[in-house]
Design a protein around this ligand. Structure first.
Ligand code: ACO
Length: 319
C-alpha cells in the first residue's frame, strides 16, 4: 500500500476584515459578548469577485508552491465545502481549470465543519489504494452568503476563507497520515442546518443553529474522537505536539486541550482572527503554524472537528 504524506500547505483569506465593533454598529451585540462567549475578535468576509473558487484556487496555488509540485503533476482535487458558488460543476473542477490542469479528476465533499477531515480521509484512502499519487485537498467556505445578518446569535460566529494541503504517496512507516476516523449521527441534523441550496433562494435559506446543544455534543463527541485516535496508536496526550482543531469556539478548543493536558502554546488558534470558517478552519490554522515555523517536520499533529450533520472526526498526522 502507498501511505500518504503532507508535503505542502496554503491558505487564502478575503481582503475585507469585519471586527466585532463593526458588527456592534449595526446589531444589538458587543465586542465583549462575542469575545467572552467565543474568543472571536474579527472575521474576513468575501466581497467583489472573491468567491469559493477564487479563494480555493489561491489556497491551492500556495500549497503547490510550498510543496514544490506542479499543477500538471496533480491527479485529483477534493474540495470540502458547504458553500459552492454553483450547484454544479463542483468547486473542485473549477479549481482544476483555474490551475490549468488538463487531466485528473475532482469532486466536492459535503460534511459542514467536519468537511476537511472527511476530505483528507477520502484523499488518504485514494492514495493508499493506488487510485491517485498526488491530491490537493481544499477546505473553502463563503459562509457570509448563508447568514442572516440580522440574527446576532449566528452571524457573529462565522467568517470566509480557504485552506489547502498537498498529499503525496510515499510516506515511510510512522510518518504521514497515521489515521483518520469519521463519524456522523443524522438524527441530530436539526441542531445546525441550512435549507435550500446556494443560488436557489426559495424560502428561508439562512443558517439555523441550536448553539447550546451543538456545544454540548461537540464536547462529548470530540473528547471520544480524540481518545479513539490516540488509543488506536498506543499514544496519549503527551505524545501530541500540536492540536490543530476546528476553530468554532475558543471554549470548545480549550476543553479539548484540557482533556489532552496540552498547554495553550501547543494548540493552534486562529478563531480570534478568522472566526469559524467551517471546512476551511483546520487547513488555515495548519498553514499559519507551519509557515510561522511552529509546526516542524516530524511533529505529531492531531486534528479534530465537529459540525452540521452532525458529523465529526479526527486525523492524526506525523509531518
Ligand atoms: N450578542 C449579544 N447577545 C447575544 C448574542 C450576541 N451576538 N447572541 C445571543 N445573545 C444573547 C441571547 O439572545 C441570550 O439572551 P437572553 O438570555 O436574553 O435570551 C443570551 O445571549 C444567551 O444566549 P445563548 O445562545 O444561550 O448563549 P450561549 O452562552 O449558549 O452562547 C454560543 C452562544 C456562543 C453560540 C454557544 O452556544 C456556542 O458556542 N455554541 C457552539 C456552537 C458553535 O460553535 N457552532 C458553530 C458551528 S458548529 C461547529 O463548528 C462546532
Amino acid at each position: 500500500a502507498f501511505r500518504s504524506r503532507l508535503t505542502g500547505v496554503g491558505g487564502a483569506l478575503p481582503q475585507q476584515v469585519v471586527t466585532n465593533n463593526d458588527l456592534a454598529e449595526r446589531l444589538d451585540t458587543s465586542d465583549e459578548w462575542i469575545r467572552t462567549r467565543t474568543g472571536i475578535g474579527q472575521r474576513h468576509i468575501a466581497s467583489g469577485d472573491e468567491n469559493a473558487v477564487s479563494l480555493a484556487t489561491e489556497a491551492a496555488q500556495a500549497a503547490l508552491g510550498h510543496a514544490a509540485v506542479e499543477a500538471s503533476d496533480i491527479d485529483a482535487i477534493i474540495v470540502a465545502t458547504s458553500t459552492p458558488d454553483q450547484v454544479f460543476p463542483s468547486v473542485a473542477v473549477r479549481v482544476q481549470a483555474a490551475l490549468g490542469m488538463e487531466r485528473g479528476f475532482g469532486f466536492d465533499v459535503s460534511a459542514a465543519c467536519s468537511g476537511f477531515i472527511y476530505a483528507i480521509a477520502t484523499a488518504d484512502a485514494m492514495i493508499r489504494s493506488g487510485q491517485a499519487k498526488r491530491i490537493i485537498v481544499i477546505g473553502v467556505e463563503v459562509f457570509s452568503r448563508l447568514l442572516d445578518w440580522t440574527d446576532r446569535s449566528t452571524c457573529v460566529l462565522f467568517g470566509d476563507g480557504a485552506g489547502a494541503v498537498v498529499l503525496e504517496a510515499g510516506a515511510r512507516d510512522g510518518e504521514g497520515i497515521l489515521s483518520t476516523h469519521l463519524h456522523a449521527d443524522g438524527r441530530l441534523g436539526d441542531l445546525l442546518y441550512v435549507n435550500g441550496a446556494v443560488g436557489c433562494a426559495t424560502g428561508d435559506v439562512a443558517l439555523k443553529m441550536n448553539g447550546r446543544e451543538v456545544f454540548r455534543h461537540a464536547i462529548v463527541h470530540l473528547a471520544a474522537a480524540v481518545d479513539e485516535a490516540l488509543e488506536e496508536q498506543g499514544l496519549n496526550g503527551n505524545d501530541v505536539q500540536w492540536l490543530v482543531p476546528h476553530q468554532a469556539n475558543l471554549r470548545i478548543i480549550d476543553g479539548m486541550a484540557k482533556r489532552l493536558a496540552l498547554p495553550p502554546e501547543r494548540v493552534v488558534v486562529t478563531v480570534d482572527r478568522h472566526a469559524n470558517t467551517s471546512a476551511a478552519s483546520i487547513p488555515l490554522a495548519l498553514n499559519e503554524a507551519v509557515k510561522d515555523g511552529r509546526i516542524k517536520e516530524n511533529d505529531l499533529i492531531l486534528m479534530e472537528a465537529l459540525g452540521g450533520g452532525l458529523t465529526w472526526g479526527s486525523a492524526l498526522i506525523r509531518l
